[in-house]
Design a binder for this molecule. Structure first.
Ligand code: ZN
Length: 165
């Protein structure tokens, strides 16, 4: 039709997680997630890099591979990237356990899968010495309303900084 031909069977390029993210199998917070299977899970894990500035990282609810914004990977702070990987690996585990990652009937900050991933990440953030104020900043994203952010902070036990006037 229209005198054109469109190749529709596009193969998405997946990379090995461990080709880009090394040493995570030694991180206690990650071992807590996968236990003795840590090495195997991480060496089997695939990661897809996408262009564009939308979002940071995520996990496919179709096959459980990780998706990472190449822009964020290039420009994000090292500590944020570290914590985000730990967060996403919790979602990888949840996917392996057959849990529904994106319950669309609930707000992002109210999804049990998100609260669990954030709780785990906040614990690691504290371990590496971040203050509640720093963790609160870390939780903040441009698409989260202040009310949502407060709800999330409460759900994961992070103190909400008192407003400076
Ligand atoms: Zn998440």
């Amino acid at each position: 039709m229209f005198g054109v031909k469109i190749g529709r069977d596009v193969k998405i390029t997946l990379h090995r997680f461990t080709d880009y993210f090394q040493g995570f199998e030694k991180v206690d917070a990650v071992r807590e997630t996968f236990g003795d299977e840590t090495e195997k899970v991480l060496s089997d894990l695939k990661v897809e890099f996408y262009s564009g500035r939308r979002g940071y990282m995520g996990v496919s609810d179709r096959d459980g591979h990780m998706m990472v914004s190449a822009y964020y990977l290039r420009n994000g702070g090292e500590r944020d990237l570290y914590l985000d990987v730990i967060h996403e690996l919790v979602h990888v585990k949840q996917f392996m356990d057959g849990r529904e990652l994106f319950e669309h009937r609930r707000e992002y900050v109210d999804r049990p899968t998100e609260v669990e991933a954030y709780q785990h990440t906040v614990k690691e953030a504290r371990r590496i010495g971040m203050s509640d104020e720093q963790i609160y900043e870390y939780l903040k994203t441009e698409w989260m309303s202040e009310e949502d952010l407060h709800r999330l902070a409460n759900a994961v036990g992070v103190k909400i900084p008192s407003r400076k006037s």
